[in-house]
Design a protein around this ligand. Structure first.
Ligand code: NDP
Length: 275
């Protein structure tokens, strides 16, 4: 028997990156999965990999939907229930550091609303829409946050960081509410991971490569010295969604960042090099 046999999972943002890797792992472990995103072609790529990894077509549900559109949210939930009859696990993974060319306190209020809508409000709405179904199955919710939401400040992108900080607190509040009904809520906070994330911020591929190698080779960015891979985060998501392995973890965020959040600029340098 596979680890998630008989479980139905919704993974938002599974047309790319961390969400795609998570959907593939769940499918390999026997789950019925709903994959979703706005880009039908990228979802088709996720579908191909999942079917190649031995998932049967009737265990896969594909929904092209925008999470900032109420009808999109409804369609993800409705089509999952129509196809599989229940929801055991909700992974709120979709998110983006939306770029419009502005940074810091010059970022517009319009960008603030868009950033909070996908990174925070969409999670709030998905949880409200699936809550009763998850109570029925005594299910699990895993939110994907970011180290950007922790206590180190990222001055250039205040709205993205603040939306993830709000998500962290929301995870704790909802976890405390829903555990009384047997539903666990947790989150994972990735550091930098090689996905479509930088591309979605408008960086071309060669610039993305430069950013990744700069960060990997600077110990004040990533002490472990490697840029994260989608599977590094997907494995944590599966752990938090697996009651047999993480049943006593409630309302926590697991940081997976190669040590990024441990360093300050001061710690990154050897004192001998300063004197
Ligand atoms: P990707 O850009 O590769 O994936 C983002 C996913 O979110 C895509 O599937 C995209 O689908 C979906 N998405 C974005 N906006 C919407 C929307 N309005 N409606 C529906 N789906 C949407 O990035 P990652 O895999 O890296 O991102 C996954 C999560 O990880 C995010 O929450 C991100 O904030 C978080 N994270 C990522 C880090 C990194 O360095 N990569 C670091 C820390 C956190 P589509 O394009 O098809 O709409």
């Amino acid at each position: 028997m596979k680890r998630f046999s008989g479980k139905t999972v919704i993974i938002t943002g599974s047309s790319s990156g961390i969400g795609r890797a998570t959907a593939i792992l769940f499918a390999k472990q026997g789950a019925q999965v709903t994959i979703t995103g706005r880009d039908a072609e990228k979802l088709e790529d996720t579908k191909k990999v999942i079917l190649k990894a031995a998932c049967k077509p009737h265990d896969l549900n594909i929904v092209v939907a925008n999470l900032t559109d109420p009808s999109g949210l409804d369609e993800i939930v409705k089509s999952t229930l129509d196809k599989f009859g229940k929801i055991d696990i909700l992974v709120n993974n979709a998110g983006a550091n939306i770029a419009d060319g502005t940074t810091n306190t010059d970022q517009s209020i319009e960008l603030y609303h868009r950033t909070f809508q996908i990174n925070f409000q969409a999670v709030v709405e998905m949880i409200k829409k699936t809550k009763n179904h998850l109570i029925n199955t005594k299910g699990e919710i895993v939110n994907v946050s970011s180290v950007a939401g922790d206590s180190q400040a990222l001055a250039a992108t205040p709205y993205y960081s603040s939306a993830k900080a709000a998500l962290n607190q929301y995870t704790r509040c909802v976890a405390l509410d829903l555990i009384q009904y047997g539903v666990r809520v947790n989150s994972v906070s990735p550091g930098v991971v090689s996905t479509g994330f930088l591309g979605a911020m408008g960086l071309p591929d060669d610039a993305k490569g430069k950013v990744e190698s700069f960060m990997a080779s600077n110990k004040n960015c990533i002490p472990e010295g490697v840029f994260g891979k989608p599977n590094d985060i997907a494995e944590v998501i599966l752990f938090l969604a697996d009651r047999k392995r993480s049943s006593y973890i409630v309302g926590q965020s697991i940081i997976a960042d190669g040590g990024t959040s441990l360093v300050t600029g001061m710690q990154a340098y050897d004192i001998q090099d300063m004197i």
